[in-house]
Design a protein around this ligand. Structure first.
Ligand code: SF4
Length: 363
């Protein structure tokens, strides 16, 4: 904890801010963070208000709840309505609106068995305690979550718990970054890469940012000095006309990532196309269970399909998640859409960019 506190030191932050201003030397820096924890850290620490005016902060598709597609929520609701099924989920998915504004919270109020768990292993224990029901764990999240879900599936096999399965809707960060850079409207000049996801991936999966797009990518931690150092490294690359993927969070992230976690993930899952809220289908950006694990795959076992659904009326989450629009520019922001009455998922999750803007910005 003492080490973490050192990265909040005001003098260190002041020196880094001066270094950033020197590196910018009047240039712009339009950077995107791709991690909900960064979104909150930048607001909570007050950093956003301290950044030079030429720095534009964009929040990308790094909040797992926010990128869960309407069609995926429709599939959850379908499962929740089936006899003999218990849905287990992380709590922040409960209020995410799907078609017609309906959420799992509504389903729960109407008698569906939806249980909040704090880890996939908790979900497995729910299955062990309810052998007469089929227990489905809603597998959302990125490369950080997928290895623990893979380990849980292997444990289910070991413990011979046969009434457990996972609806895998996990998403992969690098293909989404490529899609964002292919969008001419967002003009991203650098990425603040996600610290947590990078503990698993390491640096190599992001190499294409510099190689194919000449865009710097810096893996950053979550304390103010970590974020400022990452911004300095981006601005210095832009000043020097270079682009590289670098690790500014070595106390947590190894350049090679975590090969054991990746091996677990690869043993159980394989890449597949995935739907992202407001962005649409991105090739090879999701994870599905390998055929060997069909007995633990809710898609196959319960014949789950993702229906065509219209987007939430008026919600601009897609533009927010792509960096095309700041949350306050959505006509519903702070009026019809607030954390108490969320219209879209970016206002539901504590890590959603609309919720962060609402909580920490002056309105
Ligand atoms: Fe969607 Fe609400 Fe954000 Fe608008 S303010 S983009 S409706 S979540």
């Amino acid at each position: 904890m003492e080490l973490e506190n050192a990265f909040q030191d005001p003098q260190l932050c002041h020196a880094l801010l001066q270094r950033l201003t020197r590196a910018l030397d009047g240039r712009t820096l339009r950077f995107m963070e791709v991690c909900g924890t960064h979104t909150v850290a930048i607001f909570q620490s007050g950093l956003r208000s301290l950044l030079p005016a030429s720095v534009t902060h964009l929040s990308g598709p790094g909040c797992p709840v926010c990128v869960t597609h309407d069609a995926e929520v429709a599939a959850f609701l379908d499962l929740a309505g089936r006899d003999g099924v218990i849905l287990t989920t992380f709590g922040d998915l409960l209020r995410v609106p799907g078609p017609g504004g309906k959420s799992l919270k509504h389903a729960q109020a109407q008698g569906a068995r939806v249980e909040i768990v704090y880890s996939p292993l908790d979900a497995l224990n729910v299955a062990a305690a309810n052998p007469e029901s089929t227990v489905v764990f809603l597998g959302i999240g990125f490369e950080t979550t997928a290895p623990t879900v893979a380990a849980t599936l292997l444990t289910a096999r070991q413990r011979k718990i046969r009434n457990f399965c996972v609806l895998s809707l996990h998403k992969l960060v690098p293909p989404a970054l490529r899609t964002l850079l292919d969008d001419s409207q967002c003009g991203i000049e650098a990425f603040l890469l996600p610290g947590h996801v990078s503990t698993i991936l390491g640096l190599e999966p992001y190499a294409f940012l510099a190689r194919d797009y000449h865009v710097p990518g810096v893996v950053g931690g979550f304390q103010p000095a970590d974020i400022l150092l990452a911004l300095c490294l981006m601005a210095e690359q832009r000043r020097d006309g270079t682009a590289a993927v670098v690790n500014a969070y070595p106390r947590a992230v190894d350049d090679a990532g975590n090969p054991r976690a990746r091996a677990l993930m690869e043993q159980v899952f394989e890449p597949t196309d995935a739907l992202w809220r407001g962005i649409g289908r991105i090739p090879q950006s999701g994870l599905k269970l390998r055929p060997d694990f069909a007995d633990l795959d809710a898609m196959a076992r319960l014949d789950v399909t993702l229906p065509e659904v219209p987007p939430l009326p008026g919600c601009r989450c897609g533009d927010v998640l792509r960096g095309r629009m700041a949350p306050p520019d959505c006509p519903l922001f702070g009026k019809k859409c607030t954390p108490a009455t969320p219209v879209g998922p970016c206002m539901v999750s504590t890590e959603g960019s609309c919720a962060a803007y609402y909580k920490y910005s002056e309105r």
